[in-house]
Write a protein that binds this ligand. Structure first.
Ligand SMILES: Cc1cc2nc3c(=O)[nH]c(=O)nc-3n(C[C@H](O)[C@H](O)[C@H](O)COP(=O)(O)O)c2cc1C
Ligand SMILES: [Mn+2]
Length: 486
């Protein structure tokens, strides 16, 4: 990897014109959030942003956001050329999943250049924005990794769960029932022991990608991070708890997840594009120590309406994991898998052969049977000729090949995310939703003569294609970019 930590990655972004450093003073109270929202809504051409002067904080307190919110920056994080098309990134990610690398324990790291313990701990010393107007408070952890250990097996989990600041020494945590740290916390509770938890803020982007990865139980995301960066993640031991954290993290919270305390948390502008996780009593972390690098860089992730960082991350990471399940593990005859960023990680488009009876349903059941796929509420099957990264082509396939009463099957009472906004509040609480499979391919049992012929550039005879391409400039057109000149 050409970068070893967040700082080197930021230099790389700057060299590539993918980072804007704002030197003017900005207000943590809604202004930073609004700047990032505008840059997000204006489209993918906008850079990641580093704020160096934040009101009430002064020198030496920077905050960076939107580092992975477009495909170019995601490609740079994977050390690929920045114009790598999404499906190539999916394949590369899936390939790297085959070679996990264990983390390496080192004696010291810059994340412990400063150590604050006991009464000195004050979460408000770090520039945490109030991101959105309806947020239930200041969210310290948005682009963060929570590290926990299973008390029975010693398995280490790494995942991104949001953290609100309750007071100087307490954070709240918002976490789904099936998430690994939640399962581990219940085991700690049974043993009547508060759960040690470390939260790192400001890290190598690969660690964030790995924290977002839907690893299986007993599988450590550190090994996946090692595979993705093709080198081990270097970890150091925490000062006050029995956990290890990345040596180059900017800020590390060392704490314990309390057994018998809940505090009101939420809502927050969520990845669904709406405020989500309405105010309710949720688990609390008591902060025992904060360690940080000199001039620590705080990172944040603005979510909300697509396309934000999580949508880019789900488009590549979820698609890679699903492709691994469908193609490599189950050997289903599929071409491509894509969870388009505008589907907020709740749909998957799969292109596959049309003529294998029952293949579409098998794909859907396989998706729903997997950990990564059980909340892919919409499985849409298209033919091999459809580009699954192109929403227009997918909708063309649906409207031209899918007969609703024949090709759409709805499965009620399926597990659903508690953030799914199409559900009633009661069903959200229960996690009760529905799934649908839409087969947007002409039926497998149709004889070939029934299958309509597509009328596009592809059906033009080769000699006429060659003639037209040769004379293209003579007609007065300019050459199309290489990616479109088939
Ligand atoms: C920026 C960002 C914020 C996230 N916030 C939360 C959250 O607050 N709660 C949650 O349960 N999952 C959240 N997630 C999703 C989890 O990180 C993801 O599902 C992860 O795979 C869970 O890991 P686990 O399987 O080890 O539990 C977030 C992801 C990202 C990228
Ligand atoms: Mn996990």
């Amino acid at each position: 990897m050409p970068y070893k930590d967040l700082r080197e990655f930021l230099s790389r972004l700057e060299d590539q014109g993918e980072l804007l450093i704002v030197k003017s003073e900005v207000n943590w109270d809604l202004e930073i959030g609004a700047i990032l929202r505008r840059a997000t809504d204006l489209g993918e051409d906008w850079p990641a942003v580093q704020f160096d002067q934040i009101k009430d904080y002064g020198e030496g307190h920077s905050l960076v956001a939107n580092t992975l919110s477009n495909f170019r920056r995601y490609a740079l994080a994977l050390d690929l050329p920045k114009d790598t098309p999404p499906l190539e990134m999916v394949h590369e990610y899936k390939e790297r999943l085959r070679y996990p690398i264990s983390p390496r324990l080192v004696n010291e790291g810059p994340c412990q250049e400063n150590i604050i313990t006991g009464e000195q701990v004050d979460l408000y010393k770090f520039p945490t924005p109030k991101w959105n107007i309806r947020d239930g408070g200041k969210y310290f952890g948005t682009s963060c990794c929570a590290i926990t250990k299973d008390p029975e097996t010693g398995w280490t989990n790494v995942a991104v769960y949001r953290n609100i600041i309750h007071d100087k020494q307490h954070l709240g945590i918002f976490i789904g029932k099936t998430k690994h740290a939640m399962v581990m916390s219940q085991k700690h509770k049974q043993q009547n022991k508060p759960m040690p938890i470390a939260i790192t803020v400001g890290q190598d982007p690969i660690n964030l990608i790995a924290g977002y990865h839907n690893a299986e139980a007993e599988e450590s995301e550190w090994e996946i991070a090692g595979g993705l960066r093709k080198a081990p993640v270097e970890l150091v031991k925490c000062e006050t708890i029995d956990l290890e954290v990345p040596a180059t993290a900017e800020i590390v919270i060392e704490g314990e997840w309390l057994l018998n305390e809940l505090r009101e948390e939420g809502p927050y502008g969520e990845y669904s594009g709406y405020y989500g996780g309405e105010r309710a009593a949720r688990p609390v972390i008591r902060v025992k120590a904060i360690t940080h690098r000199n001039n620590a860089i705080h990172t944040g992730s603005i979510l909300g309406k697509p396309i934000t960082e999580t949508h880019v991350m789900s488009a590549i990471g979820h698609s890679a994991k699903l492709e691994q399940v469908l193609k490599d593990q189950l050997k289903l005859e599929i071409k491509s898998v894509y969870s388009h960023p505008w589907t907020i990680g709740h749909a998957v488009f799969v292109s596959a052969r049309r003529d294998i009876l029952g293949l579409g349903k098998r794909i859907a059941h396989a998706v729903w049977g997997s950990r990564i796929g059980y909340r892919k509420d919409y499985v849409i099957i298209v033919g091999e000729d459809i580009d699954v990264t192109n929403l227009g082509e997918v909708f063309w396939a649906i409207t031209s090949r899918c007969k609703p009463d024949r090709d759409i099957v709805i499965s009620p009472n399926e597990p659903a995310s508690h953030l799914l906004t199409s559900l009633t509040p009661e069903d959200r609480r229960l996690g009760k939703g529905a799934h649908v499979v839409m087969e947007a391919t002409f039926p497998a049992d149709w004889p070939t003569e029934w299958v309509p012929k597509v009328c596009d550039w592809g059906h033009i005879p080769d000699e006429i294609k060659t003639l037209v391409k040769q004379r293209w400039r003579e007609y007065g057109f300019r050459e199309p970019p290489p990616s479109q000149s088939n």
